[in-house]
Write a protein that binds this ligand. Structure first.
Ligand SMILES: [Cu+2]
Length: 429
């Protein structure tokens, strides 16, 4: 990686100062986060429960799943995102409310010590909790980064059933006011999002609901695997657009819609949580991959327009949108107007090229944005409340395997979400 350390810090802090100033000016700073953080459990002493439940899909069907959840018995898919710190002794106690033994493994963590379970711990094989029993695991993360945890007990069945989640290790010098993914200024970021990619074949879940995992014995469920749902953070499109913790998705608490401001650095933590490879395509700009599997390195730094994740793989990337080389001013500025933070200066004040719209491209109704210019909020047609209340640019972020953009063959859906670039001054939390 090239380090323009001083310049980067200067730019980063200038952006940060501007953001605080903008938020103060709009009176929105008090009591509000200025940055999107990943939703999850923070700390070093976690208590989880494994239990069965049902997730609901936008096509009206539901799927029987097994999931990890906080100890109140509220299982979720994926399991809680566990956020700990490099060098911090981290303990996870698991209570098993499933009808079968289960366990947890933490690939990338070394010297994991298990206590209280049954079986033999060897390498990644973990001690298990019997039904009604508990087991605890402890380790001290040596390296920051993005990791996956999942069941180490019949993972062919239990990961499919939903027993997985993300583990995030913050660097030991983590500063929430100037966050970095690693101890490296090249990994500084303004916004942070998780994209945990997975899929499910509901036929397997149906068998397990009726007969337990023993019902799969003799069935060719490994090669005859036909997923019908493709998830980002445990939701399928369009539920991915919804905020965290909406009450009607009780067991799928995590949203997946990314929001940012022009010029800001967005940290994308992309996790391959299923058994298929998923090419995650982020429109709007390339992203710079900064780390793989929690390992930062020169050879891992390159630009992509699609992030490929193999099963079990994690990739951290930085994505920034400036409107660079659009050829017109995304803000609708006049030439004498001041530059916006993060604006691509050569296009400042250039008018948008006007092409008469083809009939099939006209979008009246809720998708009419009122004005194409970022930050300009002008009147909407009569009767319209508008769906784009903040005047942002929307980019579809999705699996580039097109068959994954459906829910049970109904399009659009599946592994799809949006990234919205909103004007500076619009708070993101
Ligand atoms: Cu696309």
């Amino acid at each position: 990686m090239n380090f323009e350390t001083d310049g980067k810090i200067m730019k980063h802090s200038a952006r940060f100062v501007f953001r605080i100033a903008a938020l103060l000016a709009t009176g929105l700073y008090a009591g509000r986060a200025t940055r999107a953080d990943i939703n999850g459990l923070e700390g070093s002493d976690f208590r989880l429960t494994a239990s069965a439940g049902t997730i609901v899909m936008p096509d009206g069907l539901s799927v029987h799943v097994w999931g990890f959840g906080p100890t109140d018995g509220n299982m979720q898919y994926p399991g809680p995102t566990l956020i700990t710190t490099q060098g911090q002794l981290t303990q996870i106690t698991l209570l098993n409310e499933l009808p079968e033994p289960t366990s947890m493994v933490f690939p990338g963590m070394v010297n994991v010590v298990a206590d209280g379970g049954v079986g033999t711990q060897q390498g990644l094989l973990a001690l298990e909790a019997l039904p009604g029993g508990t087991v605890s695991y402890s380790f001290t993360p040596r390296q920051p980064g993005t990791y996956l945890y999942y069941s180490g007990t019949r993972p062919d069945v239990q990961v499919e059933m939903g027993l997985l989640g993300a583990l995030i290790v913050r660097p030991m010098d983590f500063d929430p006011l100037a966050p970095r993914a690693y101890q490296d200024n090249e990994t500084a970021y303004d916004q942070e999002y998780l994209f945990l990619l997975s899929e499910m074949d509901p036929r397997i879940h149906e068998v397990v609901l009726r007969l337990g995992s023993a019902g799969l014995d003799g069935l060719d469920y490994l090669t005859d695997h036909q997923p019908q749902y493709w998830f980002i953070n445990g939701r399928v499109g369009p539920d991915t657009f919804l905020p965290n913790n909406v009450p009607w998705l009780k067991h799928q608490p995590y949203g997946a819609m990314a929001r940012t401001h022009p010029g800001e650095r967005m940290l994308m933590r992309v996790v391959g949580g299923g058994r298929d490879v998923h090419p995650f395509h982020h429109h709007g700009n390339h992203a710079r991959v900064i780390a793989k599997n929690g390992r930062l390195g020169t050879s891992a730094s390159y630009e992509v327009f699609t992030i490929q994740t193999a099963p079990g793989e994690t990739i951290d990337a930085i994505w920034t949108w400036t409107g660079q080389r659009l050829g017109w001013d995304a803000y609708g500025h006049a030439p004498g107007d001041p530059l916006e933070p993060g604006e691509y200066a050569p296009d400042h004040g250039k008018p948008i090229p006007v092409n008469l719209t083809e009939l099939q491209d006209l979008a009246f109704g809720g998708f009419y944005s009122g004005d194409p210019f970022l930050g300009s909020l002008k009147s909407l047609p009569p009767g319209e409340g508008g769906l784009n209340q903040n005047g942002g640019f929307h980019f579809m972020w999705h699996s580039h395997t097109e068959k994954e953009l459906v829910n049970n063959d109904i399009a659009p859906g599946g592994m799809m979400t949006m990234c919205i670039v909103e004007p500076h001054g619009v708070p993101i939390d």
